[in-house]
Design a protein around this ligand. Structure first.
Ligand code: FES
Length: 168
């Protein structure tokens, strides 16, 4: 697993339009108890990831320190800190899939794509993410590519899906 980025105190600046989006999201959740996680989920849903420049904006709006916000963003692997690839490949790593070869499939996927989990290929085409049960345990090992579920995946079937997805 690659190391998570550490807090350096330096933050990118958001575009004014992105700052508006982040401020609007914070305003929508501010009145709720413990809104930080909800705010971060909403930012990722809207923008695809949590830009570094969103951290100081969220911190200021929620009266938290930048380190606190950054700490939560980097603690949860679910949150992306870099723009995702055009296609997201999620491989199930939960128990039922593991018993049917999910680890071997993940090793193959890493090699095929040349990236680890939570990374994006250099050409920006694919991001690789682990997931923990897609509700498709009867057809293990399972994966989801751009929201479409696939089951009983072999290395060859995975390669075929990647070829097909890359051509879209
Ligand atoms: S454990 Fe993989 S789909 Fe349920």
């Amino acid at each position: 697993m690659p190391p998570r980025p550490t807090y350096t105190g330096r933050m990118e600046t958001l575009l004014p339009s992105d700052t508006t989006v982040v401020r609007r999201i914070v305003a929508e959740h501010k009145g709720r108890p413990g809104p930080l996680l909800e705010v971060l989920h909403a930012i990722q849903a809207a923008m695809g990831f949590i830009p570094a420049g969103a951290v100081p904006v969220v911190a200021e709006e929620l009266n938290l320190s930048r380190a606190e916000v950054h700490g939560v963003v980097t603690f949860y692997h679910y949150f992306r800190t870099a723009r995702p690839g055009a296609h997201t490949v999620s491989l199930c790593q939960a128990e039922a899939c593991q018993s049917m070869g999910a680890e071997e499939l993940a090793a193959h996927a890493r090699q095929r794509l040349g990236i680890d989990f939570h990374e994006t290929t250099a050409d920006g085409k694919f991001s690789l993410e682990p997931v923990y049960c897609l509700g498709n345990c009867a057809c293990s090992p399972a994966a989801m590519i751009d929201g479409e579920l696939h089951g009983r995946l072999t290395a060859d079937a995975f390669d075929a899906l990647i070829r097909e997805t890359a051509s879209t």
